[in-house]
Design a protein. Structure first.
Length: 201
């Protein structure tokens, strides 16, 4: 399910199913699906599988620009992606700069992703709002990790309400669908002409 802010109605709509969203995946070049997290696996195994599924989805989607600000959850995803990439990419250390580079790539027709913690997205808010206003040409997906209990953060805040407040369409990923969720977000981004976020617990 995709949460999408309808500016004409000034409210969020829940879009269930790609046909409802007006997105036709028949022309999509990505047919693969990865199940990530068996029912008998413990949470740590599921987490590792989820990180690998995200990395594989980025790789298979032909993403040309992947940026990551190291934080809780983000580094493991980026490291898994670097194992698949032809050349290891460096970390970014400023959230707004990383976001802006990713958005710039999307504007110029190159698929891009930014892997960022929810707190980091708040730091990049200026660029986030600009990206919603300017839109995108190629798929631009923001993978947002959440520190729900504040174990590795200065504070706890409602990341869901924050993301809604930015106006970015977003999806909350669930175990077992992560690979396809990332693929769908790229398709939605290109169809809507907007950045699309995916929230990872």
């Amino acid at each position: 399910m995709l949460w999408y802010y309808d500016m004409s109605r000034r409210k969020f709509l829940q879009i269930a199913g790609l046909a409802t969203a007006g997105v036709a995946l028949s022309g999509c070049r990505f047919q693969g699906s990865v199940r990530d997290g068996a029912g008998t696996a413990d949470r740590s195994t599921e987490t590792v599988a989820m990180k690998r599924a995200i990395a594989a989805a980025l790789h298979d989607a032909g993403v040309e620009i992947v940026l990551c600000v190291p934080a809780t959850g983000t580094a493991k995803i980026f490291d898994a992606y670097n194992h698949m990439a032809p050349q290891a990419l460096p970390y970014s250390y400023n959230e707004e700069v990383a976001y802006t580079i990713g958005h710039g790539a999307g504007l110029t027709g190159r698929r891009a992703a930014v892997i960022i913690k929810a707190h980091g997205l708040a730091k990049a808010a200026n660029s986030v709002i600009d990206s919603v206003t300017a839109g995108t040409t190629a798929g631009f997906v923001i993978i947002i990790t959440c520190d729900l209990k504040g174990r590795h953060s200065d504070n706890i805040f409602d990341h869901l309400d924050f993301v809604k407040g930015t106006g970015i369409p977003f999806r909350i990923s669930r175990d077992g669908t992560t690979y396809q969720d990332v693929q769908d977000c790229f398709s939605w981004s290109e169809q809507l002409g907007l950045p699309v976020a995916i929230l990872i617990d």
